[in-house]
Design a protein around this ligand. Structure first.
Ligand code: 5GP
Ligand code: ZN
Length: 117
């Protein structure tokens, strides 16, 4: 396991259950336990990285790119790609990050207010 104290590492290891919707060698995506929209999926790297600030600069394009590629794939599968959806990554407390394993929120299936508040 990447980090034995990390909730999302436990999901990756299969120690905690999750409703997995998509996976590759490097990415796992599962439904948020407290959904804020009809489609609310969390897309995470299998490798433990705590926040955006902790991504190695020379890996940032690959690390983030993979998450966005997965988001587009899942949105198309869910039938929300044409209507539109939002992807959000919170970094640290002021932005509301509560789980310190990098994750991209994919939200869709309803109209989303902007600015988010
Ligand atoms: P953050 O606030 O860090 O951006 O997002 C963390 C997200 O993880 C929240 O939307 C929260 O509902 C979700 N979450 C927390 N614990 C669990 C869990 O055990 N399983 C799943 N599927 N989602 C979780
Ligand atoms: Zn982790």
């Amino acid at each position: 396991m990447n980090d034995p104290d990390c909730l999302f590492c436990k999901i990756i290891a299969g120690d905690i259950g999750a409703d997995i919707v998509y996976e590759t060698d490097q990415v796992l995506a599962f439904r948020d336990i407290n959904p804020q929209a009809p489609t609310h999926v969390l897309i995470i790297p299998r490798r433990h990285v705590a926040t955006i600030n902790d991504i190695a600069e020379d890996q940032a394009e690959d690390e983030i790119g993979r998450l966005y590629a997965a988001a587009a794939h899942i949105a198309k599968d869910a039938g929300i790609a044409d209507d539109g959806y939002r992807v959000v990554m919170n970094c640290n407390e002021a932005a509301g990050q509560t789980v310190f394993h990098l994750h991209l929120h994919l939200l869709g299936g309803r109209n989303l207010a902007w600015p988010p508040g």
